[in-house]
Ligand binder design. Structure first.
Ligand code: KIV
Ligand code: NA
Length: 268
């Protein structure tokens, strides 16, 4: 299969073909996800929860991201690999460049993802002009957990929605090649997607975005979050059709492609 690149993701957006994304942390799942047709694989700092067993993403280090990227990258024949820049690893231009260099050169990532709005435009531009593709993660930003307290839907009122729309515009103008929206009302997901020139991936951002992403362990119904009963609204268990993990991932990909996922009960 031909490796997915940014140009292909843009083509999919333009053609209205939904982009199926999923997190991954190791070689075995990399093989299965790639074979099951996942378009974009994310080395998520959600590893802080589903791999390391913590309550937040903030203890995850650049070394952790590089380690798991190295486990995954060699096994992706087709899927596009994005790596999260972890908490505080992009607090300065220098650190952002260093973390990105490690994620790409050592880890094999093709793009890095960072959380934040307009305050990150200088970082995004600094990376983009040096050939580092960036995905900007807006809406609910789990790295802000200690500042925020509760994790809740973002951009609910018109002022907050307008601010997020402007953030999205500024980040794309600064050179972001992809946007990710977490936990925003479906209507805002739609507005940002309509206005954007780059693919917009959603998680709890409704149906009218260019693609969906979920955490691997959530769709397999084995993540600590799911297991202790704090299942986020957007989570869907794909293990109900049988006991085969590849079939579960394939079902997720197909439902993203057909638009069957997300259903209204997964949206805000
Ligand atoms: O870390 C992660 O898994 C993520 C996705 C949930 C978007 O950032
Ligand atoms: Na993340």
């Amino acid at each position: 299969p031909k490796p997915v690149q940014i140009a292909e993701l843009r083509r999919m957006r333009e053609a209205g073909e939904k982009i199926a994304c999923l997190t991954c942390y190791d070689a075995s799942f990399a093989l299965v996800e790639d074979r099951a047709g996942v378009d974009v694989v994310l080395i998520g700092d959600s590893m802080g929860m589903v791999i390391h067993g913590g309550n937040t993403t903030t203890p995850v280090s650049v070394a952790d991201i590089v380690y798991h990227s190295k486990c995954v990258a060699p096994f992706l024949k087709r899927a596009f690999l994005i790596a999260d820049l972890p908490f505080l690893s992009y607090a300065t231009l220098e650190r952002a460049l260093d973390a990105s260099q490690r994620a790409m050169q050592e880890g094999g990532a093709k793009m890095v993802k960072l959380e934040g709005g307009r305050e990150q435009t200088s970082i995004v531009e600094y990376l983009a002009v040096r050939g580092v593709p960036v995905c900007a993660h807006l809406g609910l930003r789990p790295q802000f957990v200690h500042k925020m307290g509760a994790m809740k839907v973002q951009g609910r009122d018109e002022a907050a929605a307008e601010e997020m729309l402007q953030d999205a515009r500024m980040l794309v103008d600064a050179g972001a090649d992809m946007l990710l929206l977490e936990c925003v009302p479906s209507e805002l997901g739609k507005r940002i997607t309509q206005e954007s020139r780059v693919p917009v991936i959603g998680i709890g951002a409704g149906h009218d975005v260019d693609g969906q992403i979920l955490v691997l362990h959530d769709i397999l119904n084995i993540s600590p979050m799911v297991t202790i009963g704090r299942k986020p609204r957007f989570v869907k268990n794909y293990m109900t059709g049988g006991a085969d993990i590849e079939a579960a991932i394939r079902a997720y990909v197909q439902e993203v492609k057909s638009g069957a996922y997300p259903a209204p009960e997964h949206c805000f």
